[in-house]
Write a protein that binds this ligand. Structure first.
Ligand code: RB5
Length: 149
């Protein structure tokens, strides 16, 4: 499994902690920045990590900012990306099971490092349920492709 990670200045410490966690778990990752606490524009970093998922260079993305909100909005504009802001292990599980999310977003000001690690572990280990959820996820793709539904 390969993961793309990114953050803005508001979540630099969280991203660094997540990288360490992934290393401990033996999970391969690519870090798309940012690389310090200097102020940056979060859409650039969300775009880079989300694009890696869309291109198949990464299986999943983990993208962080202060709240998780801005990066999720930017990531969700990349075709093929389904990004979910998570604040609990339950949400991390459900967005894999029902939404087939391929990017998890979170906020450094919202979740502790421990919760972030637990959410990531659950997100990366939970399978999409398929079945009736395929139809619903396909409808999301239809919207993305400009179809009327
Ligand atoms: C940056 O100040 C902050 O706006 C950003 O980290 C993010 O939370 C935006 O949604």
């Amino acid at each position: 499994m390969k993961v793309s990670v990114a953050c803005d200045h508001g979540a630099f410490e969280l991203k660094e902690a997540i990288k360490k966690h992934l290393e401990e778990k033996g999970i391969e990752y690519t870090d798309f920045g940012c690389y310090s606490k200097e102020s940056v524009d979060y859409p650039r970093f969300a775009y880079a990590a989300a694009s890696a998922v869309a291109k198949g260079e990464a299986d999943y993305g983990i993208i962080c900012c202060t709240t998780g909100l801005g990066v999720s909005m930017a990531a969700n504009k990349v075709k093929g990306v389904r990004a979910a802001v998570c604040t609990s292990v339950h949400l991390a599980e459900m967005t894999r099971r029902h939404n087939n999310a391929n990017v998890i977003c979170m906020g450094q000001a919202v979740v502790s490092e421990e919760l972030a690690f637990e959410m990531i572990d659950k997100f990366l280990s939970t399978e999409f349920e398929g079945g009736r959820h395929c139809r619903r996820v396909d409808l999301i793709t239809d919207i993305e492709n400009g179809k009327e539904i």
